[in-house]
Design a protein around this ligand. Structure first.
Ligand code: ADP
Ligand code: MG
Length: 414
């Protein structure tokens, strides 16, 4: 194995361990730096080093290794494709670059782990969603090409996208200007609008699934590979670690509701835009459970309070997109696009404005007129001050009149 090969093996292993929440990003980086330092004198590898430092257990190292080995062997056996390298890995899968021999073009193959195939009706859903995804045809959606099974594992063949993911930029600490963010988010919304029109909800919109080509074209990945409710359950009890931290997830998905519609994607778009413009995820916490709780109950810090250069308009748009109740959000991506395009052309968002007013009216209807206690107190104090002032004026005036009358009376009696 060449040293380049072993480096990429080590990176793949480390990435996977981080994605599965077995160790932290810092621990992975620390081991990476250590490996580079000792490479010439003391050949060791990432799994051994991680175990030695106590970052992961021997068993965890073995399982991650097995998963990589299995998926590599499955990818290598798919008829009609020749694997040429690895593209990356997430919490659930490894993605390989391959040549589709019949059409002589590069493709990406995602191999899903065994535990997926063991779930009841998963396979049925996998093929059904794969078929739906293949029907979608949009410049901003990673094109689905094929689905199938190899060596007991299920795989998904898709268009190969050269470039980076939005996550790569955010991880480097990039904060986008409003114009830059709008340009990318509008393309993302175009993709989602197309998918929603065909009756498909993505359910896992997040920066890692938003790829950007060197020409700045957005490609939404993983359409048709919907996140399973059971994964959310796993994250909640934090036993099943194979689940990234849900920074962009809609409250109704946290609650495990079954009738997830396009408004869940809308919330995730709002959360992604929030991250791009402020450099922070909307809710940060130590554990995935805590992050999910915050999506349910906490109010976001308005983006323009964090980045004061933002327009009030874009802040309103994010707040409407991220409303806790889906009824309070935009009713469709089309509506969101209206506002995003308005802001891009220098106008105020129209739909968000109406939503703000409507929400206010609904609240009055539901709760009666909501008295602002602090304001009311100030108002009462002001009245008191005016009354006191009048009283003083009246007393002085009465005194003056009485004095006048007395003077007049005195003059008359003389
Ligand atoms: N169609 C594709 N073309 C090129 N690279 C891809 C493609 N799909 C995924 N990747 C790469 O593989 C990585 C892992 O993807 P995935 O398993 O979906 O995990 P996640 O979405 O959590 O990052 C991505 O972050 C991306 O860098
Ligand atoms: Mg992905």
């Amino acid at each position: 194995m060449s040293s380049n090969d072993s480096t990429s093996q080590d990176t793949l292993f480390g990435r996977m361990a981080v994605e599965q929440n077995l160790c932290s990003e810092e621990e992975f980086k620390k081991c990476g730096a250590h490996l580079r330092k000792v490479a010439a004198t003391n050949p060791t590898n990432m799994p051994a080093l991680m175990v030695k430092h106590g970052f992961i257990t021997k068993n965890q190292a073995r399982r991650v290794r097995e998963m990589i080995k299995e998926s590599k062997s499955a990818a290598g056996q798919i008829p009609g494709y020749k694997v040429s390298g690895k593209l990356g890995s997430g919490a659930m899968a490894v993605v390989y670059k391959a040549r589709q021999l019949s059409l002589d073009r590069d493709v990406a193959i995602k191999v899903l782990p065994k535990r997926f195939s063991e779930k009841s009706n998963y396979i049925e859903r996998f093929y059904k969603e794969g078929k739906l995804a293949a029907k979608l045809n949009h410049n901003n959606i990673v094109q689905a090409i094929d689905v199938g099974e190899s060596g007991g594992l299920y795989y998904f063949v898709m268009e190969y996208v050269e470039g980076k993911t939005l996550y790569d930029d955010l991880a480097k600490g990039k904060i986008f200007t409003e114009d830059e963010a709008l340009d990318l988010i509008i393309q993302l919304c175009d993709a989602l609008q197309h998918a929603h029109e065909q009756g498909m909800v993505h359910r896992d919109v997040k920066p890692k699934n938003i790829m950007i080509t060197p020409d700045g074209v957005v490609k939404l990945a993983d359409m048709g590979l919907a996140r399973e409710t059971s994964d959310i359950e796993a994250a909640k009890n934090e036993q099943g670690k194979a689940f990234g931290t849900p920074y962009y997830i809609a409250p109704e998905q946290v609650r495990g509701e079954v009738d997830i519609d396009g408004r869940a994607d809308l919330y995730a778009v709002g959360a992604t835009l929030y991250h791009m413009l402020t450099g922070r995820v909307p809710f940060q916490a130590k554990t995935p459970t805590e992050v999910m709780r915050k999506h349910l109950t906490d109010q976001i810090i308005p983006p323009d309070h964090i980045n004061t250069s933002l327009s009030a308009g874009i802040s309103e748009v994010i707040e409407v997109a991220m409303a806790k109740r889906k009824e309070d959000r935009y009713s469709s991506i089309e509506e969101l696009l209206l506002d995003l395009n308005a802001i891009r052309s220098g106008q105020a968002p129209v739909v968000a404005k109406n939503k703000f007013t409507l929400e206010g009216l609904e609240q009055i209807e539901q709760e009666g007129i909501d008295i602002d206690l602090e304001g009311q107190q100030e108002y009462n104090d002001e009245i008191d001050r005016i009354v006191t002032k009048y009283r003083v004026i009246m007393i002085i005036m009465s005194a003056v009149i009485a004095l006048l009358l007395l003077t007049v009376g005195y003059q008359m009696t003389r």
